[in-house]
Design a protein around this ligand. Structure first.
Ligand code: NDP
Length: 453
């Protein structure tokens, strides 16, 4: 397994893939670790999580630099990601005990009934490269707090991040093997899922990976949580506060080099606001600086792999063939490495690739609609259902529209983002289950009914 800097093409490090015997030993170690970790008082588990937050904060620059080099995230955003990981550790350090305390249903002379939340065992996390720390920590923090142990199969292009995360927990004082990174390719995953010692699987990634893993886990009757792709609508109504909307539109499409499941991808704009929005959006996208992700002033770095950029450009070309017009961008930049410019497509037909597929890069598809009803109808005209946002001066109207969206996370006058305090996840082909908040910590637990007569 190789770690390659996408901005330079330099091979950073080569790693030996574990053998079948190594994977077997890791599963055995996870099972042993679960035996004592699940019995460890939650107060102690919480303390260790708070210590993990301290480790992250102490090493923010080191880990940010690792992300910059392995997957090209702009450095300021990489530092924010490490800090957000510390936040989710602190959040569950503070809240896990209360979130997992017994829920008493009834207590009278006839019977005392309650629900207790108990850990289930080793859980496999299959994670992507785009938020290589955050996606893992939002799984690990609640699950370790709940008493489960974690096995991480990280994306093949970020093995350094995978090992660094294992190191965070080790250095925070977590018992050995409560969190292990397996540097395996996706072809090994089926065997791990089939193993009786594994109790659950969570995956963040593409729809295809989700279907494959959910199929395997379903065959083994194992619980899954899936956080898959999205094609989030960004609905600009006729009364949108335009300066604020434009600033957030650019951020929502280009954060993380445009490679985010909850990036706004389809900009659905009311006819009365259309010209002002498109002019301002194109100007602002043109103003972004594209280049070295280690440079503090860079807004958009490289795409994480050459092949991913080629796929993105293919989507742009197919959209243009279908009738879309390129308002800016639209061709790979003449730089060494997979650098794609902030791109705006207008007059995008509803059946074009940029309308129907997830565009995982800085490519915005803009649509003109006549009224609010058409905006909502188009927003929901997608197989995905992860996030959605609406922009309006009228907050009541905004909330009403947000309730009409077929999506898991709906925002008014704010870009879609994850927050440890709020449940995160999708509907339709964006997956199922929830991460974060008390909803996330209760996914991989036995919600045990207890009746005492
Ligand atoms: P993948 O979905 O292929 O990879 C995500 C993770 O799943 C990786 O750890 C990968 O391992 C693993 N994986 C892939 N296929 C399988 C499988 N059959 N069984 C078990 N594990 C599997 O994403 P890509 O990196 O290839 O990106 C392709 C597209 O996916 C992007 O362009 C984007 O549209 C979408 N995507 C969405 C993400 C999101 O946050 N929703 C995140 C990443 C990608 P390995 O790396 O070893 O293949």
């Amino acid at each position: 397994m190789e770690s390659v800097n996408p901005a330079t093409g330099e091979t950073l490090e080569t790693y030996e893939e574990p053998t079948g015997a190594d994977v077997d030993a890791a599963l055995e170690a996870a099972t042993d670790a679960f035996g004592s970790w699940s019995e460890t008082p939650i107060q102690h588990r919480r303390t260790l999580l708070a210590d993990a937050a301290d480790v992250l904060r102490d090493r923010v620059d080191e880990y940010a630099d690792l992300m910059v080099r392995e997957m090209g995230k702009p450095v300021a955003q990489a530092r924010s990601e490490v800090e957000k990981c510390a936040w989710v550790c602190d959040y569950y350090a503070e809240r896990a005990e209360e979130q997992l305390s017994d829920e008493v249903i009834g207590s009278d002379a006839a019977a005392h009934t309650l629900v207790s939340y108990e850990p289930i065992g080793p859980v496999l996390a299959i994670m992507p490269w785009n938020f290589p720390f955050w996606q893992v920590f939002r799984f690990a923090a609640p699950n370790l707090a709940a008493g489960n142990v974690g096995l991480l199969k990280h994306a093949s292009n970020v093995p350094g991040c995978a090992l660094a995360i294992e190191e965070v927990f080790r250095d925070a004082g977590f018992p050995e093997d409560t969190f292990q990174s397996l540097l395996v390719g996706s072809d090994t995953v089926e065997d791990v899922i089939a193993d009786d010692r594994l109790r659950g699987v969570t995956l963040t990634g593409s729809e295809g990976a989700g279907r494959a893993v959910a199929g395997q886990a379903g065959g083994e009757l194992k619980k899954t949580v899936l956080e898959l792709g999205g094609s989030d609508p960004f609905v600009v109504l006729d009364d949108a506060p335009m300066e604020h909307t434009l600033e957030k539109a650019v951020q929502a499409r280009t954060q993380n080099n445009g490679q985010s499941c909850i990036a706004a991808k389809r900009f659905i704009v009311h006819d009365d606001a259309y010209d002002e929005f498109v002019d301002g959006f194109v100007d602002r996208m043109d103003d972004l600086s594209v280049g070295d992700p280690a440079d503090e002033d860079t807004d958009v770095g490289p795409q994480a792999r050459q092949g991913l950029m080629e796929d993105l450009h293919d989507q742009v070309e197919r959209s243009v063939d279908a009738g879309a017009e390129v308002a800016t961008g639209g061709e790979p930049l003449d730089l060494e490495g997979p650098f794609y410019p902030p791109t705006v497509l207008i007059d995008v037909p509803r059946d074009a690739a940029a309308a129907t597929e997830e565009t995982f890069g800085p490519v915005a598809a803009v649509f003109r609609v006549e009224d609010e009803a058409e905006a909502i109808e188009l927003a929901n005209d997608t197989d995905f259902g992860l996030g959605a946002s609406v922009w309006t001066e009228n907050l009541e109207r905004g909330e009403r529209v947000a309730r009409e969206f077929e999506a898991g996370c709906c925002f008014v006058n704010e870009l879609v983002k994850s927050d440890p305090r709020l449940p995160f996840g999708g509907v339709k082909n964006s997956g199922y289950g929830r991460e974060l908040s008390e909803h996330g910590i209760r996914e991989f637990v036995n919600r045990k009914t207890v009746w005492v007569q």
